[in-house]
Structure formats: C-alpha cells, structure tokens
Design a protein. Structure first.
Length: 213
C-alpha cells in the first residue's frame, strides 16, 4: 500500500484555514481519496488538553514554555494519529503544523525560527508535509474577520499588531525558502475560489483526480 500524504494548511488567525480544511476534505473525498481531517494543537486527548492550556487567556505562559507545549502536542498527535494514518495510505489534512510554530513562536515570540524548528523536528520524528497551503491575508484583514465572528479572542489572538506583522513576514519568508512545498493562496478570494486554487496546488502528489496520474 502506498504511503498517504500529509497536507497542512497555514496562515494568520482569520485567514479561513478551518473553512478551507473542511471544504478540501470534502473535495478530496469526492475524488475518491481516503481523507482524515485533524487540527492543531489537538486531534487526540493529550493534545486537546494542551490546546486548552495554550489558548487560555487567564494564563501567563512564557514564550519558551509555549513553544514546548505546542511541540509536545504535536509529538503526541504524530505518534498517535498522523503516522498510523499515513501508513494506511490515508490523506491527512492538518489545520496547522510546524510552520505555525516557526512563525508564531520563532518569529512572533522572537525565539528564533531555526531554534523552534529543531525542537519540532525532534517532536515529529523529522516528519515534513508533502504540501503546505499558505492562506495569505494581512493582519488587519485577519483581525476584521475575527471581529465579524464575534468570538472571545484566545490568549494568542489578544496580542498586538507587531506580533502578527512578524508572523506574516515569517510566513512569507518560509514560502520563499520552500516554493515546492509551500503554495500561497490569496485568502481574500471567495471560498469557492480558494478551494479551487487549493485543489490545483495539490497537483503532483499522486492523489485521486491528479492530472499527473
């Protein structure tokens, strides 16, 4: 059995990652792929507990502790769910992965992208996504969408403009460094257009419906 594919979705808060993830899961399943949609941090019991910690606005979490908590949640998810699914030939769609930590903790928290990359490669056993979809949106646009949702902001969403500007810049730098893996998509387009571009960005992965098959 062929190994599955790991597809990750990245971007600022408010970019529409969860919306695209759900639509993409449906689109790939309609083409005949076996798909599993997971989120980060979370996806398994241990990681969901950590999610509650890192997002709780009542807690003060140091930058290094924050980075390590995200890596710990990721380690558990990879071992318990992602790797077994990939071995079964499943397409794993993941709402955030290592690139989020590189951008948010490496750049946003100024811990250093390479330093954060090292702990995450250890946590995941060197697992790298087959394709990453970066939903491109400005921090101001992301903020506006969050306000429209009228949800109480979590601990990270309460940060200031400089924090999110650093994250946006880091995502752009990551995309320039790995153009084959990371495909940027204009997140301000209509959801149907974003989905169409996302499906096209997966060409070459050998998925059902891939023009290269």
């Amino acid at each position: 059995m062929a190994r599955g594919r790991l597809i990750t979705i990245e971007g600022l808060d408010g970019a529409g990652k969860s919306t695209l993830a759900s639509a993409l899961a449906g689109g790939l399943a309609a083409r005949g792929a076996s798909v599993e949609l997971l989120r980060e941090p979370g996806g398994v019991a241990v990681s969901e507990r950590i999610r509650d910690l890192v997002k709780d606005p009542r807690l003060e979490v140091s930058p290094r502790a924050e980075a390590l908590l995200y890596a710990a949640a990721r380690a558990q998810l990879v071992q318990e769910r992602i790797e077994p699914l990939l071995e079964e030939g499943t397409v794993v769609l993941l709402d955030r992965f290592i690139d989020s930590s590189l951008a948010y903790q490496g750049a946003g928290r100024a811990l250093g992208v390479e330093e954060v990359r090292a702990i995450n490669l250890f946590a995941t056993g060197l697992l790298v996504p087959d394709r990453t979809l970066l939903l491109r949106i400005t921090p101001a646009q992301g903020r506006a969408r969050q306000h429209e949702r009228a949800l109480e902001p979590d601990r990270l969403e309460r940060e200031g403009e400089d924090f999110f500007a650093a994250i946006a810049a880091a995502y752009e730098q990551l995309a320039r460094a790995e153009p084959q893996r990371i495909r940027a998509i204009d997140a301000t387009l209509a959801p149907a257009q974003v989905l169409e571009l996302a499906l096209a960005a997966l060409d070459g992965l050998g998925l059902p419906g891939d023009p290269g098959n």
